[in-house]
Write a protein that binds this ligand. Structure first.
Ligand code: 5GP
Ligand code: MG
Ligand code: MG
Length: 183
């Protein structure tokens, strides 16, 4: 049997830790956005599990949309180039937007997206990221809602991939460096 867990060096965040933190973030968003029908935009594909768990614990009225950008290809380090591969379906003008991301790393992806979205004149934009890796920041971007700060290591699971694998791991783990050392 092939078991993807064999490629994980160690578990960084367990399913239970993630669930508890997602509930806290959802309580914060409920407090800040009740009655405002926020538009949550999930940045595919990395944030799909976080988005699914987050919105299921939100008791308030909200709207969802999805956008896909690619910046990484197969590599574990950013190329700096960000490409929109799926644009929004809904109009964001006048809406209270919350961008939902898996991980804020160099900040290149999010600073690009923020510029793009600001041009469409939403009432407000905030960032919600499950993970924050501040050690590698190249753009001065801060998220408004952060699940966990993580060390400068390549992590996978709970939606995050390496070469399109490992998204289905229910926890977040550090990938064994030998998996990408041949890049
Ligand atoms: P940034 O533009 O902030 O450097 O990178 C954002 C994107 O890079 C994330 O949304 C994610 O897809 C990818 N990324 C950055 N660090 C990691 C990591 O440690 N693990 C995985 N799987 N993806 C990462
Ligand atoms: Mg992402
Ligand atoms: Mg990826």
């Amino acid at each position: 049997m092939d078991n993807i867990a064999k490629d994980i060096e160690r578990v960084l965040l367990s399913e239970e830790e993630i669930a508890a933190r997602v509930a806290e973030i959802s309580a914060d968003i409920t407090r800040d956005y009740g009655g405002k029908n926020p538009l949550l935009i999930s940045v595919l594909r990395g944030s799909f599990i976080f988005m699914a768990d987050l919105v299921r614990s939100l008791p308030i009225e909200c709207t969802l949309d999805f956008m896909a950008v690619s910046s990484y290809g197969k590599k574990s380090a950013t190329t700096g180039a960000v490409k929109i591969t799926k644009d929004l379906d809904l109009d964001i003008e006048g809406r209270h937007v919350i961008i939902v991301e898996d991980i804020l790393d160099s900040g290149l992806t999010l600073s690009f997206m923020m510029e793009l979205m600001s041009a469409k004149r939403p009432a407000s934009i905030r960032l919600c990221t499950l993970l924050d890796k501040p050690a590698r920041r190249q753009k001065p971007i801060q998220a408004d809602y952060v699940g966990f700060e993580v060390p400068d290591e390549f992590v996978v699971g709970y939606g995050l991939d390496y070469a399109d694998k490992y998204r289905n791991l229910p926890y977040i783990g550090v990938l064994k460096p030998c998996i990408y050392c041949k890049e």
